[in-house]
Design a protein around this ligand. Structure first.
Ligand code: PEP
Ligand code: MN
Length: 337
């Protein structure tokens, strides 16, 4: 639609789409609104819309991830979250830093990690309360108690909280405490869960499935956007290949490609991608250089005592050094950090 199109003109386009038997999706943008069409079994003649008042152009979308595609929405989606103390943004030239422990183990550990993240310049706090563990005998997370600890850490640091939701039955409780709901790699194609978070009025951080193609990754995002939740952050966290010496293989080549294919922001998790704290800082720098919109990094006050993913966790001072380097790089790359 034209930037000056009126609400009545946008509504008339949506009505026309319904009259043809399809579903309209009003997609907000920084400058103007786009109205996408879904439910059409084949191409729809653009002539139906081209001459309606307020319409700039009508184009056919060639990608199956229709609502997530750049063709539908050319401008970058920017995620913006306000807590009582601050506003944190990610996307559209703003590099978001999500840092914190892999798991919320207890109050002192989480608050120490949150303070370290905040002091070094992180813009979001991460921490899993509900943990997907490969072994049922491993530490399973602190669950509701963990969500309460994260809320306390947000109150103290002002950082918005990113935390994982494991299944549909916990969507409401996680949404009550979290600012961003994380869908983990093991749930990247749990379509019932994707549909459930599409109904939540909070951003979703969607990790790439460890064996998902880029198309499958974007189609998973499409489930969330189709349900009406346009606030999706994609996260490349490495895929499973024949190589056992790194925890996963970080597919950094996907970053510039995904940026071309979708308007949604894409970040990198170098911690789960490599599984080794010595590899995390170089790969975090590479993520910024590759054009990612942010990183998600495990930071633990005492990695050797961590109940989950200690070997890949940065100590507070290591995270601080990483931030110093990223700031210098961001200046050269003209990215805000
Ligand atoms: C995590 O970020 O805590 C996590 C479990 O990551 P992934 O789903 O990428 O393995
Ligand atoms: Mn982990």
């Amino acid at each position: 639609m034209h930037p000056t199109a009126s609400t009545a003109e946008v509504d008339a386009v949506a009505e026309k789409i319904r009259a043809l038997g399809f579903q309209p999706h009003k997609m907000p943008g920084a400058q103007r609104i786009a109205v996408a069409v879904t439910g059409n079994p084949g191409p729809v003649d653009p002539a139906h819309f081209q001459h309606l008042p307020g319409v700039v152009e009508a184009v056919s979308i060639s990608k199956p991830w229709k609502l997530a595609s750049r063709e539908t929405h050319p401008h970058d989606t920017v995620i913006s979250i306000k807590t009582a103390a601050r506003e944190s943004k990610l996307g559209g030239g703003i590099f978001g830093i999500i840092a914190g422990p892999c798991a919320v183990e207890g109050r002192e550990q989480t608050l120490a990690a949150a303070r370290a993240a905040k002091n070094a310049g992180a813009t979001f706090l991460r921490g899993g309360a509900y943990k997907p563990r490969t072994s049922p005998y491993a530490f399973q997370g602190t669950k509701l108690d963990g969500l309460k600890i994260l809320a306390e850490a947000r109150a103290e640091t002002g950082l918005p909280v990113v935390t994982e939701v494991l299944d549909t039955q916990h969507v409401d409780v996680v949404a009550e405490y979290a600012d961003v709901l994380q869908i983990g790699t093991r749930n990247a194609q749990n379509f019932a869960l994707l549909e459930a978070v599409s109904q939540v009025k909070k951003p979703v951080l969607l990790k790439r499935g460890m064996s998902s193609t880029i198309q499958e990754f974007l189609m998973a995002a499409e489930y969330i956007v189709k349900g009406g939740n346009y606030q999706v952050i994609l996260c490349e966290r490495g895929i499973r290949t024949f190589e056992p010496m790194t925890r996963n293989t970080l597919d950094l080549g996907s970053i510039p490609l995904i940026k071309r294919l979708t308007h949604l922001p894409i970040i990198v998790d170098p911690s789960h991608a490599t599984g080794d704290s010595l590899l995390v800082r170089p790969m975090a720098r590479a993520a910024l250089a590759a054009g990612a919109d942010g990183i998600m990094v495990d930071v633990h006050p005492e990695p050797e005592k961590a109940l989950c993913d200690g070997p890949q966790s940065l100590r507070p001072e290591e995270f601080g050094e990483l931030m110093t380097t990223l700031r210098a790089m961001a200046e050269v790359l003209k990215v805000s950090l």
